[in-house]
Every structure is written in structure tokens, then in C-alpha cells.
Design a protein around this ligand. Structure first.
Ligand SMILES: Cc1cc2nc3c(=O)[nH]c(=O)nc-3n(C[C@H](O)[C@H](O)[C@H](O)COP(=O)(O)OP(=O)(O)OC[C@H]3O[C@@H](n4cnc5c(N)ncnc54)[C@H](O)[C@@H]3O)c2cc1C
Length: 442
């Protein structure tokens, strides 16, 4: 079948099968390679393999929960949305969530996802206590910080290239309410945006939306949003009756591929200007349900169709903290100069790198931008890659569709250690491979 990531670029013809139990033997055949696939929310080619793409979505059982410690054991195909629906009403929340809840636990581990709290709590992998992994020899290994330690560290952030994660356990954290006290603060330029991030370190969650078409003195002007879960006692009376409501919200649907002509400099410029103005007006702290706070895009089903048939790419990089002011400014200038603005331009402050050998986060700032795929997009991405590379940064493999092997290698200094562990787990040539690993000669 034709398969793609969330960006719908590239689209490949893949043989797809569903894993239905823990027995992979029939599929570990030396005559072909395979890659595990969660819910396909990585943007590029990480979860694609024409030989065999193995859907994990049927592996969706929650196996055990310890209500004393919050430890959840579940299969890798369990959706974050199901974890939320099940545990928020009981007063528990995942330690780290990405910007969509339609991801699987396996996908969160394999990409070692980060959330708005990375500066305080690290990435998802930091909260995984153990995982079970099937390697190329068909053995099921329990990996943790005390058993198969290197394999554990290579699998967290390893993009499915060390094997198939069958299940995992991690700790949820207690919450008193499902509401976040959130405030949005407009800033005038990049210096002010970064200063506000530094001053907001005590806020558990922070993120900025950047007006990526602003130039000159207004370069980097943003709406910085920060939040913290509310205690029962601080809820306004209208919310007290059901403090832990999971609040399923109605979803809007994009019914067809939008004509790409809708996405032009004028429409993106207008959207950015209006969005910024709205944030300026609405400012101030207010209670907001966790769904719109953490997953604003999930309200629009299939929003990826807005970018038209050719799809889009998301460019996400991280730069070391010291080089971030100059590097992020250079990236924004480059984008603004082309006029190829992005509806979505998000800046986050990340904390120190975790233990995953191929994990994306490093201490510094990460910028994420969406671009519709059209003539000139690849050249723009190449220019952005060059700036990232020059400032000692790296791109996020869960979003990538275009990086070159050379640039990727320089961005990931622990790649050598990863390759050694992968050679043992995946064999030679590696059984676990994706279009991403082929493109990046991994
Ligand atoms: C709207 C949106 C917002 C996002 N926001 C963020 C964010 O804030 N932070 C962030 O870090 N990411 C973010 N992402 C990216 C997303 O969280 C990751 O790409 C995640 O890996 C997707 O999970 P998935 O289950 O869809 O995995 P897939 O996309 O299907 O696969 C992703 C990778 O995981 C591997 N994999 C999946 N399941 C298994 C398994 N069982 N065993 C071994 N390997 C496996 C695949 O091989 C592939 O390499 C966002 C994505 C979207 C669409």
C-alpha cells in the first residue's frame, strides 16, 4: 500500500503487516528488512520500509498499573490518547507528552519525544523504567538501566533501528485537576523571547509561537505560553464539579486536500499577524483544559491535508544554548527572506541531553517550522541545514525527510556507539531498516 509519514512526503509503496501477538518469528526473515510503525505521526520517512512495515497498532493492551507509584506497563501500540482517557479521570498524567496525543508508546520511546517541560523533566525516555525488545535473532530482551543497558540506551531515540519494542513501563505523575493555569506573554523580538524563556524556568511547561515572517527589529517576536497544572483548591467554581474531566472535544475535519495556492506569502503573513494580535489581546493567566493546552492541533482532524497533495515537511533543529541567539536569528532571517513563511513556528527551551544515544534533545533552543513541499523547498531546507550545522546543532530524525548523511553524522556525536550496539541487535546487514536509515546510510 501507499504509505507516508504525517507530512505526506515522501509517499512509498510498502508491504504492510499488523503484528497481532508477541511472536515475530515468521517476520524475521533474512531475505528482507523491516521497520516497526506506530501511528505514523513522525513527519518524514522514519516509519516506512517498502520491504515490510510492521504496524504495532493491534498491540494495544494496558497490562498493569500500580496505583501507589503510578507505574504503567503497556504494549507498544497503546495510544497516548488512550492513556489519557484512562488515567486522567483517576488523577494521573504522563510525565512527558509531545504536541499530539495520537502517538503510540513505542513511537514515543523510539523518537524519545520531548514536551513543553523538557527543561525540567527531560524527554520521555528518562521516565521509561524498562522495555521489552525483539532483536534480529528472535530473542525477546528485557532492557533497562540494569539489564542490557547499552541496548536500552540505543533503543531510546533509536528510531526503531535496534528492534521491535513490544512493551514498556513508565511512571505517570499525579495531578489534582485536568486544568492548566496558562498565560500567554507577547514579546517584541528574539532577545526578549529568549530572556522570557530563561525567566520562566520555574514554570513546568513553556513554549513560544514565533511570527516567522517578522523581520528587522521585530525578528523573533513571539507569543510565549507557559503553564502549570492547577490544584483543586485553585479551580474557579464553574470547574470544581468535575476537576478531572477528560473533556473530549469535538473535532473538525479537513475533508479534502487544500489547493496549494491557498498557502502563499499573503495568507501566511495575514495568519501570523492576526495570531500575534489575538495573543496580545488575550494575554493574562487563565485556566485551560490540558487538551487545548498540550494538543491544540489535534482539534483539526487530518490537518496535514491543508498543505495540499504534495505534502509538507517539518524542519526541526536544536542548537546549543550559547549559539542559539545567533543561530536561531540566522534561521529566522533565512526563512523571512524567502517569504516561504510557516503557519507553525515553534520555539522551545530544552534541558540537558538524556541517555539515549540518538536522542534529539540537547541543552539549547529548538525551532520547528512547516513548509509545503514545492519547487524551492528542498533548497531552503538545505540552507537551513547549513546554518544548523554551522552553529553546532542537529535535526530531529522524527521530523526529517531531507537531511544528508554527512550533516546528520556531525550532529549526533554518539552515533559510533549506537552503530556498534545496533550491529549486535540488528545483525549485518541490519534487519531493522527504514527509508530514513537508507537515506542517511545508517
Ligand atoms: C502534530 C504533531 C506534533 C508533534 N509534536 C512533537 C513534540 O512536541 N515533541 C516531539 O518530540 N515529537 C513531536 N511530534 C513527533 C511525534 O511525537 C513522533 O514522531 C513520534 O515518534 C510519533 O509516534 P508514532 O507512534 O506515530 O510513531 P511512527 O511515526 O509510526 O514511528 C516513529 C518512529 O518510531 C519507531 N517505532 C514506532 N513504534 C515502534 C516500536 N513498537 N518498536 C520500535 N520502533 C518503533 C518507528 O520505526 C519510527 O522510527 C509531533 C508530531 C505531530 C504530528
Amino acid at each position: 500500500m501507499k504509505l507516508s509519514g504525517w507530512g505526506r512526503y515522501p509517499v512509498l509503496d510498502c508491504r504492510m503487516e499488523r503484528l497481532r501477538d508477541h511472536n515475530l518469528h515468521g517476520m524475521l526473515d533474512r531475505r528482507h528488512t523491516l521497520i516497526a510503525r506506530g501511528n505514523g505521526r513522525s513527519y518524514g520517512d522514519a516509519a516506512l520500509n517498502p520491504d515490510l512495515t510492521l504496524s504495532m497498532l493491534a498491540m494495544d493492551r494496558m497490562q498493569a498499573f500500580d496505583a501507589e507509584t503510578g507505574r504503567l506497563t503497556c504494549e507498544a501500540g497503546v495510544l497516548l490518547a488512550d492513556v489519557l482517557d484512562t488515567f486522567v479521570p483517576r488523577g494521573w498524567f504522563p510525565p512527558v507528552v509531545p504536541g499530539t496525543k495520537f502517538v503510540t508508546v513505542g513511537g514515543m520511546i523510539a523518537a524519545d519525544v520531548h514536551g513543553k517541560n523538557h527543561h525540567r523533566d527531560g524527554s520521555f525516555g528518562a521516565h521509561v523504567e524498562s522495555l521489552t525488545l525483539v532483536t534480529a535473532d528472535g530473542k525477546v530482551r528485557e532492557c533497562s538501566r540494569s539489564e542490557h543497558v547499552d541496548l536500552f540506551r540505543a533503543t531510546i531515540g533509536g528510531m526503531g533501528l535496534t528492534g521491535v519494542i513490544l512493551s514498556a513501563n513508565f511512571r505517570l505523575k499525579p495531578i489534582e485537576t485536568a486544568f492548566v493555569m496558562a498565560e500567554t506573554v507577547p514579546t517584541r523580538d528574539l532577545d526578549e523571547t529568549m530572556a522570557l524563556f530563561e525567566a520562566s524556568r520555574d514554570w513546568p511547561y513553556s513554549v513560544a509561537w514565533i511570527d516567522c515572517l517578522a523581520r528587522g527589529a521585530r525578528l523573533g517576536r513571539s507569543l510565549v505560553s507557559r503553564g502549570t497544572f492547577m490544584a483543586c483548591g485553585s479551580l474557579p467554581s464553574r470547574l470544581v464539579r468535575e476537576p478531572l474531566c477528560p473533556a473530549p472535544v469535538g473535532r473538525l475535519m479537513v475533508p479534502f486536500d487544500a489547493p496549494s495556492v491557498l498557502l502563499n506569502r499573503a495568507s501566511i503573513g495575514l495568519y501570523n499577524a492576526l495570531y500575534y494580535r489575538r495573543g496580545q489581546v488575550r494575554g493574562g493567566a487563565r485556566p485551560i483544559h490540558f487538551n487545548p493546552f498540550f494538543f491544540p492541533l489535534d482539534r483539526i482532524e487530518a490537518w496535514n491535508r491543508l498543505y495540499g497533495r504534495r505534502g509538507f515537511v517539518q524542519y526541526q533543529c536544536v542548537l546549543p544554548r550559547a549559539k542559539s541567539p545567533a543561530g536561531i536569528a540566522a534561521l529566522l532571517e533565512r526563512v523571512a527572506a524567502t517569504g516561504q513563511g510557516s503557519f507553525l513556528a515553534v520555539l522551545k527551551l530544552l534541558g540537558p541531553a538524556g541517555e539515549g544515544m540518538m536522542s534529539f534533545p540537547m541543552e539549547g533552543y529548538t525551532l520547528a517550522l512547516d513548509f509545503p513541499m514545492r519547487n524551492g523547498t528542498l533548497a531552503l531546507l538545505d540552507a537551513l541545514d547549513e546554518i544548523t550545522h554551522r552553529h553546532g546543532g542537529r535535526v530531529y530524525l522524527a521530523k526529517d525527510a531531507c537531511c544528508t548523511p554527512e550533516r546528520m553524522r556531525e550532529g549526533y556525536p554518539r552515533l559510533g556507539a549506537f552503530e556498534a550496539v545496533r550491529a549486535e541487535a540488528a545483525g549485518a546487514p541490519p534487519m531493522f531498516a527504514s527509508e530514513l536509515s537508507r537515506r542517511l546510510t545508517l
